[in-house]
Design a protein around this ligand. Sequence first.
Ligand code: MLT
Length: 410
Amino acid sequence: MASINSNFLKLKAGYLFPEIARRVKAFSDANPDQAARIIRCGIGDVTEPLPPAVVKAMHDGVDEMADRSTFKGYGPEQGYEFLRQAIVENQFANLGISADEVFISDGSKCDTGNILDIFGKGNTIAITDPVYPVYVDTNVMAGNTGDADENGAYANLLYLPCTAENGFVADVPTQKADLIYLCFPNNPTGAVATRSQLEAWVAYAKANDAILLFDAAYEAFIQDPAIPRSIFEIEGARDCAIEFRSFSKNGGFTGVRCAYVVIPKTVTGKADDGTRIPLHQLWSRRHSTKFNGASYPVQKAAAAVFSPEGKQQVAALIEHYMGNAKLLREACLALGLQVFGGVNAPYVWVGCPAGLSSWDMFDKMLNEANVVITPGAGFGAAGEGWFRISAFNSRANVVEVCSRLKSLIS
Ligand code: MLT
């Protein structure tokens, strides 16, 4: 009989968002009269249509595929040069990143999980708590953890608590870690890291010969010009960081799928014999073996995000979602709730009303207000007592959510 990867058996319950979807479905089935009233502010999924410049480029890409003279088969595994060049010019100008350090993919969720393929066993892995669950679960699957305790914390992971006291930005630990996941603007808390906080992380990584896995999927939502958008704005990061970026939330590509990883050629890890090996070389080998590239029309569409019209249209989308975040944030503050995020990120992170756990709050919101939120405990033990409201929605729905919150809590 074929044996299985028993690490999967260590995973707690289902992945957070399918679990929420399951509960919402159960509620809708049991209460068909309320089903149509449900407003989903749980998963951070975009609601607004693709920018017109993106739609046009995707149509053009499909037309090219329909004509013998412009048809394309397999593309370059690393991604088309036109897209990698547009990324470098528009997102990393003057940061010393070259187009051949960019790897196009079909999503940051996959990239942040797949990156573990190139790292060995026995690394100390540091993870913030609360955290995007993919970082934890993929390490469990890869066998990098022990079992979970009753709070859902896995043995062998170094948890970095993020609390109201540290503004939900983890302090650099006193222990040594080899791989550190950082996500700014943060999912789920909406926190951002200042330049000096990121400098401390780069200094830590260099002092400990560690690698920062920097997830910048929400970079486009930063409003404050003083907040770095890329880890590569920090001196020295080219030697110790990998950055993940996505078109999902800025260009509205959650259903289209396109993202990228930036791996400077100067970032290295240690082989068993102590030799230093560029991680770029390993990821390139992994990518070309296990991935055949994002489709041509999708890459064309992604490049259109950087066209003059595309930039304007994306800016309007960001303004829309951040307007939603402001309304949600202000509504929660007016109710006397503790609120983080929603200023440089599309997530509003809210303290539960006294006496309610985060799943209690989830149930209360679903049952009494017909609004889906995400319970903080789903992001880790330190998320208990908090809930996340996603600002990805129509304005009308957000206004309605604010009004229902008011009726529910005041
Ligand atoms: C979230 O709601 O946390 C995100 O949508 C998850 C994701 O981007 O995979």
